[in-house]
Design a protein around this ligand. Structure first.
Ligand SMILES: NC(=O)C1=CN([C@@H]2O[C@H](COP(=O)(O)OP(=O)(O)OC[C@H]3O[C@@H](n4cnc5c(N)ncnc54)[C@H](O)[C@@H]3O)[C@@H](O)[C@H]2O)[C@@H](O)CC1
Ligand SMILES: [K+]
Length: 512
C-alpha cells in the first residue's frame, strides 16, 4: 500500500473532489461519517461521554461532522473549538453552523480558558490539527494536549495525532498521544518511525472514497508491505525441480563462543528453501554444527577460534556473511580478500557490517545489489549519526545510491531501501527483540537469494516472513519467552500461508 506525503494527500483530495464532482464539504461529510461509523461500531450506543476537541481547519471540520452524527445517534457529547487562530476554514464554518442548528454550542477554548472537566473513562476525540499543521502549535495548545495526554481517557485522533508533522520532526511535547488513529485512506509514514510511532498506538485506515486510480499513479517514496504485497512475489515449486534448482548458499562467520549465530542463520537459510547450505566457520564450529544441524555441510578455516581466510572450493549461489565473526584484523583481511574475488550479491550482517564501517573503502568491493541488514547501531557506524528520523532516512537513501546496495534497516517496522524507494514492513512484534533474531533474518534472506529471488524480493519477503513467523510464535507463547530458534520453527507456517487460500492474515489496514 502506498504511503503518501502531505502534498500527495492534498493532491488526492483535490483530484477526488474534481473527478467525482463533489463540493469539498461533501468529501468532509463523507470523511466524518466514516469516522462516526467506526466509532458507532465500537461503542454500540454505549452511554459514555465523548469530548470532541476541534481545531479551526478541516481536521476540526471533520470533528464537527463526527459530533453531529454522534448526537443524532443519541450519544452524549461535549464539543470544544480550540481557537488557535481566527482563520476558520470554509468547511469548518459550514459544519459549525450545522451543529448550532442542532442546538449544540461548542465551548470556545482560548489561551486563558480553564481545562474542561473530563471524567476518567470518558472518550476524547482529537480533531485539533490534521495534515495542515505548518508550524509548532502555540504553547497553550501544547499544554492542552499534555493535559489531554495525562488524563485517564481513551484518546482517538482523527487522521493523525494533532501536532505531528508528516514530513519533518515534531516537538513531541506538543503532540497528542493517540490510543487510536483513524486515518483517511492510507497510513502515514510517521506511524511507523520509532520516535513518532509510539504516539500512534493503533491505527486504522478508513476508506473515504479517494480516487485510487489517481493514488496508484503517484510515485511515492514509501510503501507499506504486508501479506498482500508479498504474496505475489512467492514462487511455487515445479514438480520437476531438484535441490540444485534452489541453489547452494554459504553462511560464513562465527568465532569462539559465537558459533550459535551461524547455527541459527544456517538453519533459517535451509528452512527458507535453499537447496543446499554450507556453513563456513573457524575450526571450533565444526562439531557443534555437525551435531546440531546434520543437513548443513560445514567447511572450516585453518584457524581454530576465528576466520582468517575464506576459501570456498566451489561456486556458491550466494553468501551470507558476518554473524558472530568478530572484527579482528585477520578476519577483516579475510573478508576484504573474499570480497575482492566475489561478484554475486552477498548478504552482510553484524560484524560484517562493523568491518565495512571500520574500513569504508571496502564498500566499493561489495557486488551490486548486495543486501546489508544493520540494526540502528550498525547503521550509525556505517552512515554516521543523524539528528532525527527524517535525516536518518535521507542519509540512508544517499548511502544506498552511492553503494548500490539494498539496505534493510531493522527495527519495530523494518524499512527496506533500494535506490527507488523505501518499503515499510508491518509484520513482527517486540518479542523478536531477542538474541539471534537478526541471524535468523540473514539466513532467511540468504535462502531466498539462493533460490533465485532477486535481492529486493529476497529482502522484502525475508523481512515479512521473519516478522510473520515471529507473530505466529505468539499463538503458543509470550513475547518474553520468544527465542530466535522459535522463529525458525514458525517459518514453515509463515511460508505455507502464501499458498493456503483461507490464510488468516492480520489485516494490514489496521496496525499497532
Ligand atoms: N482537503 C480535503 O478535501 C479533506 C481534508 N480532510 C481533513 O482536513 C485535514 C487538513 O485540513 P487543513 O488543511 O484545513 O488543516 P488542519 O485542520 O490540519 O489545520 C488547520 C489550519 O491551521 C493553520 N495552522 C497550521 N499550523 C498551525 C499552528 N501551529 N498554529 C495555528 N494555526 C496553524 C493552517 O492554516 C491549517 O490549514 C486533514 O487532516 C483531514 O482531517 C478531510 O475532511 C477529508 C477531505
Ligand atoms: K487530529
Amino acid at each position: 500500500m502506498k504511503i503518501l506525503s502531505a502534498e500527495q494527500i492534498r493532491a488526492a483530495d483535490a483530484y477526488t473532489i474534481q473527478s467525482q464532482n463533489l463540493r469539498s464539504e461533501e468529501l468532509m461529510e463523507r470523511a466524518g461519517i466514516t469516522i462516526f461509523n467506526w466509532l458507532h461500531q465500537q461503542l454500540n450506543g454505549s452511554p459514555v461521554t465523548l469530548h470532541i476537541f476541534c481545531g479551526i481547519g478541516n481536521n476540526g471540520g471533520d470533528g464537527l461532522v463526527v459530533a453531529r452524527h454522534l448526537l443524532e445517534h443519541g450519544y452524549k457529547i461535549q464539543v470544544y473549538v480550540v481557537n488557535y487562530s481566527d482563520k476558520r476554514s470554509q468547511d469548518f464554518l459550514i459544519n459549525f453552523d450545522r451543529l448550532k442548528e442542532q442546538k449544540v454550542w461548542p465551548e470556545i477554548l482560548k489561551e486563558k480558558s480553564p481545562m474542561p472537566d473530563i471524567q476518567d473513562g470518558d472518550i476524547v476525540v482529537d480533531a485539533i490539527f490534521g495534515t495542515g499543521l505548518n508550524r509548532e502549535p502555540s504553547p497553550w495548545v501544547g499544554r492542552l494536549m499534555q493535559d489531554l495526554n495525562s488524563g485517564k481517557n481513551l484518546l482517538v485522533s482523527i487522521d493523525i495525532p494533532s501536532g505531528m508533522f508528516l514530513d519533518k520532526p515534531s516537538d513531541l511535547g506538543r503532540v497528542i498521544h493517540a490510543n487510536y488513529v483513524l486515518t483517511f485512506q492510507h497510513p502515514k509514514l510517521v506511524f511507523f518511525l520509532p520516535s513518532t510511532g509510539s504516539f500512534c498506538e493503533q491505527w486504522v485506515a478508513l476508506d473515504i472514497g479517494l480516487d485510487e486510480a489517481f493514488i496508484n499513479s503517484l510515485d511515492t517514496d514509501y510503501e507499506l508491505i504486508g501479506y498482500h504485497e508479498i504474496r505475489p512475489l512467492y514462487r511455487f515449486r515445479s514438480k520437476f525441480s531438484h535441490k540444485g534448482t534452489f541453489g547452494h548458499a554459504v553462511i560464513a562467520g562465527g568465532s569462539h563462543g559465537k558459533i550459535g549465530a551461524i547455527k541459527l542463520a544456517a538453519e533459517a537459510c535451509l528452512r527458507s528453501g535453499s537447496g543446499l547450505v554450507t556453513a563456513y566457520v573457524p575450526g571450533c564450529g565444526l562439531n557443534p554444527l555437525q551435531s546440531s544441524i546434520p543437513e548443513v555441510m560445514v567447511l572450516t578455516d585453518g584457524e581454530e577460534k576465528e576466520i582468517r581466510e575464506i576459501k570456498i572450493p566451489f561456486q556458491p549461489t550466494v553468501v551470507g556473511i558476518g554473524m558472530g565473526m568478530g572484527t579482528s584484523k585477520p578476519s577483516l583481511a579475510a573478508f576484504r580478500s573474499f570480497l575482492e574475488g566475489w561478484s554475486s550479491p552477498v548478504v552482510v550482517d553484524a560484524d560484517g557490517l562493523n568491518m565495512l564501517a571500520k574500513e569504508k573503502a571496502m564498500l566499493k568491493l561489495l557486488p551490486p545489489l548486495s543486501v546489508l541488514t544493520p540494526h540502528p547501531g550498525e547503521l550509525e557506524r556505517l552512515i554516521g549519526s543523524w539528528k532525527n528520523e527524517f535525516e536518518k532516512l535521507e542519509m540512508a537513501r544517499e548511502f544506498v545510491k552511492k553503494v548500490g546496495c539494498i539496505l534493510v534497516i531493522k527495527g519495530a517496522h523494518t524499512i527496506v531501501l533500494d535506490k527507488e524507494k523505501g518499503y515499510v514492513n508491518t509484520s513482527g512484534n517486540p518479542g523478536m527483540a531477542t538474541a539471534g533474531s537478526g541471524d535468523v533474518l540473514t539466513g532467511v534472506i540468504t535462502g531466498l537469494l539462493a533460490q533465485g529471488y532477486t535481492p529486493l524480493e529476497a529482502a522484502l519477503m525475508g523481512v515479512y516472513v521473519h516478522g510473520r513467523a515471529g507473530d505466529l510464535c505468539l499463538q503458543a507463547q509470550s513475547m518474553e519467552s520468544l527465542t530466535a530458534g522459535d522463529i525458525i520453527i514458525q517459518l514453515g507456517t509463515a511460508f505455507r500461508e502464501f499458498y493456503l487460500e483461507d490464510s488468516t492474515q492480520s489485516n494490514e489496514e489496521e496496525g499497532e
